[in-house]
Design a protein around this ligand. Sequence first.
Ligand code: FAD
Length: 386
Amino acid sequence: MTTPSFSFAPVQLPPNAMRLREEVRQFLAAQEAAGTFAPGPAGWARVDPDFSRRLGARGWIGMTWPKRYGGHERSALERYVVTEELLVAGAPMRGHWAADRQLGPLLLEFGTEEQKQRFLPEIAAGRCMVAIGLSEPDSGSDLAAIRTKAVKAAGGWRVDGRKIWISLAHRSQLMSLFVRTSPKSEDRHAGVSRFLVDMAAKGITIRPIVNMTGEHDFNEVVFDDLFVPDNMVVGEVGGAWQQISKDLAYERSAPDRWLQSHDLLLRTIERIGRAPDRAQSEVLGRLVAHLWTLQSMSLSIAGMLENGQNPSVEASIVKDLGTHYDQEIPQWARTLVPEHMRALMPLEDGFEQSLRYNLLFSPAVTIKGGTTEILRNTIARALGLR
Ligand SMILES: Cc1cc2nc3c(=O)[nH]c(=O)nc-3n(C[C@H](O)[C@H](O)[C@H](O)COP(=O)(O)OP(=O)(O)OC[C@H]3O[C@@H](n4cnc5c(N)ncnc54)[C@H](O)[C@@H]3O)c2cc1C
């Protein structure tokens, strides 16, 4: 029998993380009372640059990074607690999220000293929004097939090509761009590089794509003779593939992968009230049990990050289970609070808004950050089944 090459060791939050949880709750309650944000569907998806800067000032972005780069040298478990509280409160965290979660840790590991000094303090202060430019029209799951190409020029690179589904490219100052710097060879993973792109540079056209909820969130981005200076290459030219599995592990490992419909779960419980019938109790009990399990698994991943491990398989498992849990909530909410209980509700009712948003958005959660099939391929390989 094959021994599984993953595990989820239980993690207990230390007292300093518990104290921090209280501090974050108090901060969020005060912000909500001051009208900075209102809880609602997809709070996590909202961008509020002022709020990001306020979090930066509290020291809650780039929390685990060295102080010399604007970080705070706190633990991965403390960072976990802050993220979880922001998500549960529906706070607008999107403005700094991709930079905090993905680009910052990658720059710490692969960036030059100049890149670290220039970008990490800005990110930690909540002043630098980052788009992630991986997917292309014919290569989303198969990133080795990218065709956006960079050709060497004096002092830098000239980029031509097209990326698609790029979240918040229209609001970001910086893009972490994955390009081909030499033609495909036998080793499909060789010859790809990561550039940092100033989104105000000449040669970038951003075309909005409106998603099913009616929001402009992602984009098609076209590069036409864009110049990227040499000092904006992250890591070795042609060697960016080694960054990809880390990039995806950071993207898949956070609790945002299973707390996206949390607002709807809370509103469903509130709507059902204190005397649920047997069927409602069974379903809510099952969903809450899943929630606790996912939290324990996610905490375990935070513990692995704290110990310097690379939990990419564990992150794939949590993302797969978490996104299916997130998709179940709107389906159950519709069944548990049936039509006749909703018929007289005004459109601006919180439950109705949350249900409508989550029903329309939930198909996306099993695609973004890696589709179900791709995650299960990763898990199957770790189990020795492929
Ligand atoms: C809301 C949202 C936000 C996004 N934001 C970003 C972003 O900011 N930056 C970015 O770069 N991308 C972003 N994406 C794109 C996302 O990463 C891709 O859509 C995803 O990786 C799938 O790629 P694809 O759309 O090309 O589908 P494909 O790769 O063409 O897949 C199509 C279908 O085939 C299946 N499939 C493909 N290969 C295999 C295989 N080897 N084995 C089994 N089945 C397979 C897939 O599971 C899927 O069901 C976003 C997507 C969404 C929905």
